[in-house]
Design a protein around this ligand. Structure first.
Ligand code: MN
Length: 193
């Protein structure tokens, strides 16, 4: 049993003008598909891992009885698989506001505006490739931080709720080096808040 690339839950051009059709097509069909394929390749030698949720692989990464090369591949591609799954799920052409999450954010950060400013700053400040996150930590609190590369919050036992991809492949065709403009526009297509 292998991991399957989730279908994009909307059309490639559904997020225009914030994210262009070509970027979405490449991002899903090449990048997300690539992480999925490489994740399957990394676990292929370990039948005992078959069917293990990817979250569990990452939470227990150091304990997995796999080669160091495969451990690195699981970290990178398991992260890439889950990160993109969440990213594509939480965006959409129409807002589908999660009122409970909004209330919780307001309580934790003071207001949605304060949260967005903090999250945007973390996303802008990520040097090189990576992600900005809103997570629920193991004590149930909300936290904003960034990870490098495809590192998932599950690696440290946190549960990602909102994730923003700030790899150049996520925005460069349309925004070139203007990461700040991409981040600012992205709030429009984040459907949850
Ligand atoms: Mn990406």
């Amino acid at each position: 049993m292998s991991y399957e690339l989730p279908e994009l839950p909307y059309l490639y051009d559904a997020l225009e003008p914030v994210i262009d059709e070509e970027t979405m097509q490449i991002h899903h069909d090449k990048h997300h598909a690539g992480y999925t394929k490489k994740l399957n390749a990394a676990v292929a030698n370990y039948p005992e891992l078959a069917g293990t949720p990817v979250e569990e692989l990452l939470e227990n990464l150091q304990e997995l009885e796999v080669s160091e090369e495969d451990r690195t591949a699981i970290r990178q591609n398991g992260g890439g698989f889950l990160n993109h799954q969440l990213f594509f799920e939480i965006m959409g052409p129409e807002k589908e506001v999660d009122e409970e999450l909004v209330t919780e954010i307001e309580e934790a950060f003071g207001s949605l505006e304060v949260f967005k400013a903090e999250f945007s700053e973390v996303a802008a400040d990520r040097f090189g490739s990576g992600w900005a996150w809103l997570v629920r930590d193991q004590s149930g609190d909300l936290q904003v931080y960034s990870t490098a590369n495809q590192d998932s919050p599950h690696l440290t036992g946190d549960t990602p709720l909102i994730g923003l991809d700030v790899w150049e492949h996520a925005y460069y065709l349309q925004y070139q080096n203007e990461r700040g403009a991409y981040i600012e526009g992205w709030w429009e297509v984040l459907k949850l808040i």
